[in-house]
Design a protein around this ligand. Structure first.
Ligand code: NAI
Length: 703
């Protein structure tokens, strides 16, 4: 049983006990109901207190039950709440630490609520593409007022209990406990007091009986709808939150409850909700590595060193400073250190200007930062991350020196984006201590961290890096060693397709617009102009030598030969006005493309936006299927996380693998066979990867 029952004199205490956050799974629901029955049946019991053991009152639905029929098996949450509300004896919720989702809805079904200070209170369902489905949209406005409740429901963000307790006229909390430690005693005392009141003839208060009104309802809900439309255009749930709360003001309680339920069930079936629930689970799954036990002891990381104060080194250092860890940056020359330091300071100052950082915090962070030109000064660091030039010779010298100087057990990480991590590890006598930590630019902003696991990387090291990633608020995904790791290996196929599309008749603008309408933050050509088209050029030049059979469109090379590297040279696929970032379609580039087509004897054809999107996205999917099959990624959901957090893939589509699952793998494979017949395209590439072909044939999915 995951809810305990105990009697304290004349008060029964029901304690939810389903670690880690007392999720309201089937067993817990049964436990609460049984406890309630016992308390009702015991004449010595005059009142009931419901609370949570450990680190939460309740975090809401049990994620272990997510999407399974068990989540709705009777007693379902609605009936548990109804049972509490209809209890003949007063029920007091003693709330602390975390009270979210179904947990808050449960508390709202109790007659009285007592909260400890410092408790996080939320209805976060909207973040999973849903609305609260157990009365939250009907009861919360009755205790907090329509506006405060709708803000919480639409944002899903937690609010501190003491803030809520301070809202004028609020009825969410009857009392705020003096401290978490005294919560239980105060709850028992409150229970006895209200039991005495009941004995004196007073009726048990129920939230459902409170009025729910807004003085300017029409105007307010119109305003709320407009706000929500602007903020969440690709997600249906936020607008439905407004509908449900409005219903609370216009319908009878039970009617409103049914209305809420209907919305909830309909949302559950939407692709957006499925995508968001997938992402929720994928994020948690990413930190689990199949052959590394969850209780694997980790190494201690108290001091960090970064080698190289360039674009990446500075951003990487900021992550650790933000998490309160001291960082020492090593460079070759004092000028490089000064430049790097100035950039870090400038980045922090920009945050202060925007009001995102307090000036004193800026100083605290910079106080944790020090610099050096000597390896002797970083010898005691627990983790060193190398971010020097992308040349094997340079990396070799750095890793040989690190091997000679660093203390035993120190983690030696490289931020390389293209080089072989096993080769880098081989420059040391401790390859088990070497790992890739592939940050994305700007490293202090981008959420993604690819953790590149070498052939010999130790398990405890991996466990350490995954833990550390959480501390610096990154989404870490493990990748095996291969060219480009997960993300860049896939993006290369996507870029190739973008090139073929130009040759066949599309313009850069058409391609970008189509994929941006699909939801990517930026199309491939605008992206190229931002990152620098010379980077891809360098990679292709290498490919022409190493893989002469690989087919590319020449347009990108011709562009670079014109010196159009992108925003940094003032011109790329697009024209740019001095000091501005707006991409202006370029006549010169379009002329170059059309001359190239002529030279190749290609008659341009009209390409639909649908074909553009499919070729770009399915190229990612096919390469990803190879990556999965080779074991470079251990699960499809990891690939989705890489694309959602590092490459601007639209969140509401759940990542490339989830999207392919939604389209249906059979349809995806069919489309690939069609693309293979395009004369300009790479027919060999479009052979569906064996894993994809198999899943498509069996009617299965990646996720
Ligand atoms: P960068 O050229 O901006 O910075 C490199 C820094 O390393 C320079 O400040 C240089 O003085 C310093 N350096 C070079 N050799 C050194 C040595 N032997 N000892 C100490 N310092 C040395 O380069 P960036 O862009 O920061 O790239 C660094 C690494 O990060 C490369 O491996 C790159 O592939 C990788 N990377 C770059 C990304 C990007 O978008 N720029 C993204 C992800 C990874």
């Amino acid at each position: 049983m995951t809810a305990e029952y105990k009697v304290h004199g004349d008060v029964a205490l029901i304690t939810l006990n389903n670690p880690p956050v007392n999720g309201l799974g089937y067993e817990t629901r049964v436990g609460i109901t049984r406890g309630l029955e016992q308390a009702e049946a015991d004449p010595a019991v005059k009142a009931i207190v419901v609370t949570g053991a450990g680190k939460a009152f309740s975090g809401g639905a049990d994620i272990k039950e997510f999407g399974s029929p068990k989540a709705y098996q009777d007693p379902n949450l609605l009936s548990v709440i109804l049972a509490l509300e209809n209890a003949s004896k007063p029920v007091v919720a003693a709330i602390h630490s975390v009270c979210m989702g179904g947990g808050l809805e449960l508390a709202l079904g109790c007659h009285y609520r007592l909260a400890a200070p410092g408790c996080k209170v939320a209805l976060p369902e909207v973040k999973l593409g849903l609305i609260p489905g157990a009365g939250g949209t009907q009861r919360l406005p009755r205790v907090l007022g329509v506006e405060a409740a709708l803000n919480m429901i639409v944002s899903g963000e937690p609010v501190a209990s003491e803030r809520l307790a301070g809202l004028p006229g609020q009825k969410l909390f009857d009392q705020l406990a003096a401290s978490p430690a005294s919560l239980l005693d105060e709850a028992l005392a409150l229970a006895r007091k209200v039991a005495a009141q009941q004995a004196g003839g007073s009726v048990l208060p129920r939230v459902r009986d409170l009025p729910c009104r807004h003085p300017q309802g029409d105007a307010y809900f119109q305003f709320a709808r407009n706000m929500v439309k602007g903020m969440a255009k690709n997600f249906p749930a936020p607008a439905k939150c407004v509908d449900a709360v409005e219903a609370a003001t216009r319908m009878k309680f039970d009617q409103g409850l049914a209305f809420e339920r209907e919305i909830f069930i309909n949302l559950m079936q939407t692709p957006e909700c499925r995508a968001l629930r997938h992402v929720f689970a994928a994020e948690r799954a990413a930190s689990k590595i199949p052959d590394v036990p969850e209780d694997q002891p980790a190494r201690k990381i108290e001091q960090v060193a970064v080698i190289g104060a360039g674009t990446m080194g500075g951003g990487i250092a900021m992550n650790f400073l933000n998490a309160g860890l001291p960082v020492k940056i090593l460079e070759m020359k004092p000028e490089a250190l000064e430049r790097g330091l100035a950039t870090i300071r400038k980045n922090y100052e920009a945050q202060v200007k925007k009001g995102k950082l307090k000036p004193e915090v800026l100083e605290q962070r910079l106080a944790l930062l020090s610099t050096t030109l000597s390896y002797g000064d970083i010898r005691d660091a627990d983790l060193v991350i190398e971010a020097v030039f992308e040349e094997m010779g340079v990396k070799q010298k750095v890793f040989e020196t690190l091997d000679q100087t660093m203390k035993p057990g120190a983690i030696l990480a490289t931020n390389t984006s293209t080089l072989d991590v096993d080769k880098i590890a081989s420059f040391t006598k401790r390859p088990q201590d070497v790992v890739g930590m592939h940050f994305f630019s700007p490293a202090n902003v981008m959420k993604l961290l690819e953790v590149v696991r070498g052939g010999k990387t130790a398990k405890d090291l991996l466990a350490t890096v995954m833990q550390l990633a959480k501390k610096i608020k990154k989404t870490a995904v493990v990748s095996g060693v291969c060219d480009g790791f997960i993300g860049n290996r896939m993006i290369e196929q996507y870029s190739r397709q973008a090139g073929f599309l130009l040759e066949e008749g599309a313009t850069p603008e058409q391609v970008d617009k189509a994929i941006e309408r699909f939801g990517f933050a930026m199309g491939p050509f605008r992206m190229g102009d931002l990152a620098g088209n010379d980077i891809g050029w360098a990679i292709r030049k290498r490919r022409y030598v190493e893989q002469p059979g690989m087919k590319y469109s020449k347009t990108a090379d011709l562009l670079c030969e014109m010196g159009r590297f992108g925003q940094k040279t003032g011109a790329g696929w697009y024209d740019y006005q001095a000091g501005k970032r707006d991409a202006i379609p370029s006549e010169l580039v379009n002329k170059m493309i059309s001359e190239h087509r002529q030279a190749q004897g290609i008659t341009p054809r009209k390409i639909s936006d649908e074909e553009i999107v499919q070729r770009l996205v399915f190229s990612l999917v096919n390469e990803a299927a190879h990556i999965l099959e080779e074991g470079i990624a251990s699960k499809a959901s990891d690939i989705d996380m890489v694309y959602l957090t590092g490459y601007g893939f639209p969140l509401w589509r759940g990542g490339p693998m989830q999207y392919a699952d939604t389209v249906g793998l059979f349809n995806v494979a069919q489309a690939m066979k069609r693309f293979a017949r395009n004369p300009q395209d790479d027919a060999a590439f479009w052979q569906p990867a064996p894993l994809l072909a198999r899943l498509a044939a069996e009617g299965k999915t990646f996720n």
